[in-house]
Design a protein around this ligand. Structure first.
Ligand code: GLV
Ligand code: MG
Length: 324
């Protein structure tokens, strides 16, 4: 390991994260009763300009009045380039800061953006005498944000997670796509001709680089990488395929823009019983190997070593968080 140690963000389950527009208070109770891990009440892109102030009032009232149980609660504020943002932070944190766990900052572009919100939140928390510190989740969804993702990830002790905002990212990079989180068949490779002269086209994942880059920045700073929205909520198979790709790369969770996507995210982002059992067997086998003075052994015909312990511990820890 490097001499540089990485502080891990507070351990929270973040398999699913439900987006709920602040302008739709009729959806709040259902969200509170759902199986989602994290809820973000939205003041940004799901809310029309004329509704911003009412949405802010709805969110403040809901944070104070609704029983959200053990859900992690977040509010997505407006961007730093709007005149809504300062009031989003001031009003929500002053009036409902005690039930707020996280603030989601959209379209974050530089470390200085994070610094600015941190300064504001710190003053409000100190003035109100809050004991709990509010954490930050950042949406990486512009070319600038992706370019500066490592600095953003390291910019505040409040940072907890990075989210890939595929819709705005596509707009910002002018990627050729129309469906949120979907893929484009033009991003494909053509196989060589087979003996009959036929060639096949294999679709590629046009989001691979962006997601992988964000995952590295998040993990190098002890943060949770979370995959963003999948717009076609009538396509559970497409959603699961996207969630699985994200999970394989290291993401811990995925957004749900519709309640039907919560169970899909929870399923994909939870380790299976077979995976947990195998991880437990690895830990037992390695403990026995260590007792015999060995650093690597074989289990089920495969080599396991100290790196296997670290992977197995992550899985077992996740399973115990889910069971808690
Ligand atoms: C989320 O905010 C996105 O733009 O995908
Ligand atoms: Mg966005």
């Amino acid at each position: 390991m490097s001499f540089h140690s990485i502080d891990q963000a507070p351990a929270r389950l973040n398999r699913s994260e439900l987006a709920v527009p602040g302008s739709q208070p009729g959806m709040f109770e259902k969200a509170a009763k759902s199986d989602v891990d994290v809820i973000f009440l939205d003041l940004e892109d799901a809310v029309a300009p004329d509704e911003k102030e009412q949405a802010r009032r709805n969110i403040i009232q809901a944070l104070n009045d609704i029983d959200w149980g053990n859900k992690t609660m977040s509010v997505r504020i407006n961007g730093l380039d709007t005149h809504y943002m300062y009031r989003d932070v001031v009003d929500v944190v002053e009036q409902a800061g005690e039930r707020l766990d996280l603030i989601m900052i959209p379209k974050v572009g530089t470390a200085a953006d994070v610094y600015a919100v941190d300064m504001l939140v710190t003053q409000i928390e100190d003035a109100k005498g809050y004991k709990k510190r509010i954490g930050f989740e950042h949406i990486i969804e512009t070319a600038l944000g992706m370019q500066n993702v490592s600095e953003i990830a390291a910019a505040s002790k409040r940072n907890e997670s990075l989210h890939f905002g595929v819709a705005d990212y596509a707009a910002s990079t002018r990627a050729r796509t129309t469906i949120i989180g979907g893929v484009n068949p033009d991003y494909s490779v053509l196989t060589d001709a087979d003996p009959e002269g036929g060639r096949q086209s294999h679709w590629g994942d046009m989001w691979h680089y962006a997601l992988a880059r964000m995952v590295v920045a998040a993990r190098a700073n002890g943060l949770r990488p979370i995959d963003g929205p999948f717009g076609d909520f009538q396509d559970p198979d497409g959603y699961k395929a996207a969630a699985k790709r994200a999970a394989v790369l290291g993401c811990e969770g995925k957004w749900a823009i519709h309640p039907s996507q919560i169970a899909l995210a929870n399923e994909v982002m939870s380790p299976s019983d077979a995976e947990v059992n195998k991880a437990q067997r690895i830990l037992v086998a390695m403990a026995e190997a260590e007792a015999d003075g060995k650093g690597a052994v074989s289990l089920g015909g495969r080599l396991i070593d100290y790196a296997s312990i670290r992977q197995a511990e992550v899985l077992v820890e996740k399973a115990s968080q889910i069971a808690a």
